[in-house]
Design a protein around this ligand. Structure first.
Ligand code: B12
Ligand code: SF4
Length: 471
């Protein structure tokens, strides 16, 4: 049986869609004998179907990409009506009621086991729409059938490492891994809990094996660990650092990770340093206590943030803070407090977003109650940061109770702040290169020589003319 996956990313993307890589690896391990291939964004999917002749096509989409992905699926259905189309990924998991009728079924949430059962069912009985397979949605006589939530896979290590070759991931470039699924917090803007429920973790051994593959097989020098919350188990971090040292890996590869101020202490940061972490991203969200408490349910405080940034600085690890503006109840004063707070704490990197209510979040419910979104339908006007400019601000939907002119003025101020931090960071990075340091030294030496020479000339001239200003 042949399965074609359609990625919503371009071929050769260095931060690939790992979900599809996990599905392929899982099927290969537990259901050997399938032939699988991936088609990518900007490649002709109809041509691929005509040459590969799949028995089934799987699509993936996040909210950012679902419109184009649904369109691809529709085109495929028009040309190949007998090939079953399965949709998976974050967007359909959160908005399954909007499953279009040109898609045969959707897999909700964690996909490996559910998709494997669907494939098996199709192989054995030619059936996709099966009410006894938990975790799927399909249409029956026009009505939606949701077969209910599936148990999550345990232990997580039973899922093999994602198949990166199938994803055509380029070698020797920065890339990312995921070492856990889920997060115990419930921030108002995040849908993690709706997708993964409570967190599960890969063992330290599994993680180091994946890092080793990335370093030795794919020649990576830097990896992002994109877990929702990597540092939650300090024992696991310690073990990862220890195994990496034993294998001589720590010196070969460095990491950017995402953490949480509640899990930043001396012990953890020393182990992170040992394993090679050079940058930590932290959700800081707002300089206003009112907004921070609202977004993070009172879990994160400004003192905890200050402490976390101080720890990073003391250990020579770059601190990246992500903030958002345009949240519900936010006023001009709150955004000014955010600007001041960013200036106060001295970050190495800054992430700024316009608060966007994604499906499956409390902000989404807020937007619904306010009548800003209709019928659980995604509205392009909700997009923040990426798409705001002078031309389109008027039609954008913002959650803050503020007129758009004021909001845009403040948005520009935060953006300028972002640029100034980027410039400083660029200068620091430039100075870190030995070649650039040498260039700088040659430049300074040249200036000193020229200055000395200038003084000599001026002295000579002043002697011959009696008076000549030195400056
Ligand atoms: C790594 C990452 C990125 C990377 C890589 C993107 C990628 N496509 O994987 C980068 C940096 C590029 C990125 C960018 C963005 N991201 Co991002 N990202 C993540 C992150 C942290 C991990 C993704 C991952 O690998 N998950 C692990 C795998 C196992 O899960 P998965 O991909 O969902 O796949 C599983 C299931 O969904 C399902 N499945 C998926 N596809 C299919 C297909 C079929 C056929 C089947 C059967 C099943 C199936 O099975 C898979 C295995 O279990 C998630 C958070 C998270 N923990 O998931 C956010 C997340 C996906 N990102 C998010 C957002 C908002 C963005 C941005 C819009 C951010 C921004 N402001 O720019 C952009 C969008 C760009 C884009 N085109 O995707 C949101 C998405 C919310 C939404 N409703 O869409 C998430 C959920 C974060 C959050 N909690 O809010 N992101
Ligand atoms: S934003 Fe981060 S800390 Fe908050 S719930 Fe999502 S993953 Fe967890």
């Amino acid at each position: 049986m042949k399965i074609l996956f359609r990625s919503d990313q371009k071929r050769g993307e260095n931060l690939p869609n790992l979900g599809v890589g996990y599905l392929i690896a899982y099927l290969n391990k537990y259901y050997p004998g399938l032939t699988m291939d991936v088609s990518f964004d900007r490649e002709d999917i109809l041509e691929k179907i005509s040459s590969f002749k799949p028995d089934l096509v799987g699509f993936t989409a996040v909210t950012f990409t679902y419109k184009k992905v649904f369109e691809w699926a529709r085109t495929v259905k028009e040309h190949y009506p007998s090939v079953p189309l399965i949709m998976g990924g974050v967007h359909i998991t959160l908005c399954w009621e909007a499953l279009p009728d040109w898609i045969d079924a959707a897999v909700l949430g964690e996909g490996e086991q559910t998709f494997a059962e669907l494939v098996k069912s199709y192989q054995n009985s030619g059936q996709i729409k099966k009410e006894d397979i938990p975790g799927i949605v399909f249409r029956k006589n026009g009505n939606l059938v949701n077969t209910g939530r599936r148990e999550l896979i345990n232990p997580l290590d039973s899922i093999p490492h994602p198949d990166l070759d199938a994803l055509s991931v380029p070698k020797k470039e920065l890339s990312h891994i995921i070492t856990s699924r889920g997060c115990p917090y419930r921030c108002k803007f995040c849908c993690s809990a709706k997708i993964w429920k409570n967190p599960r973790y890969h063992s330290a051994e599994y993680v180091v094996e994946e890092i080793e593959k990335a370093a030795r097989h794919y020649g990576r020098k830097k990896l992002m660990i994109y877990d929702d919350l990597f540092t939650i188990h300090k024992g696991r971090i310690r073990l990862i650092a220890q195994i990496m040292e034993e294998k001589g890996l720590s010196k070969n590869i460095e990491f950017d990770i995402i953490s949480h101020v509640d899990f930043m202490n001396e012990e953890v940061i020393e182990d992170l340093k040992r394993m090679g972490v050079t940058r930590i991203s932290l959700g800081m969200e707002s300089g206003s206590k009112k907004i921070l408490d609202y977004l993070k349910n009172g879990v994160v405080t400004h003192d905890k943030i200050r402490h976390a940034v101080k720890l990073c600085k003391e250990h020579g690890i770059g601190a990246m803070g992500s903030f958002m503006i345009g949240s519900p109840y936010e006023t001009e004063e709150d955004i000014k407090q955010t600007i001041n707070f960013i200036k106060e704490i001295g970050l190495d990197e800054l992430g700024l977003n316009v608060t966007t209510p994604f499906p499956g979040t409390e902000l989404w419910e807020y937007a619904r109650e306010k009548g800003l979104v209709k019928d659980n339908e995604w509205d392009e006007r909700l997009w923040g940061m990426h798409h705001i400019d002078e031309g389109n601000i008027k039609e954008k939907i913002i959650l803050a109770d503020m007129d758009k002119e004021t909001f845009f003025r403040l948005y520009r101020q935060t953006h300028d702040l972002l640029l100034s931090i980027v410039r400083k960071k660029e200068l620091r990075n430039w100075l870190r290169q030995p070649y650039n340091l040498r260039l700088l030294w040659l430049h300074i030496r040249g200036r000193i020589k020229a200055f000395k020479k200038g003084i000599k000339v001026k002295l000579k001239m002043s002697r011959s003319f009696g008076h000549f200003p030195l400056t």
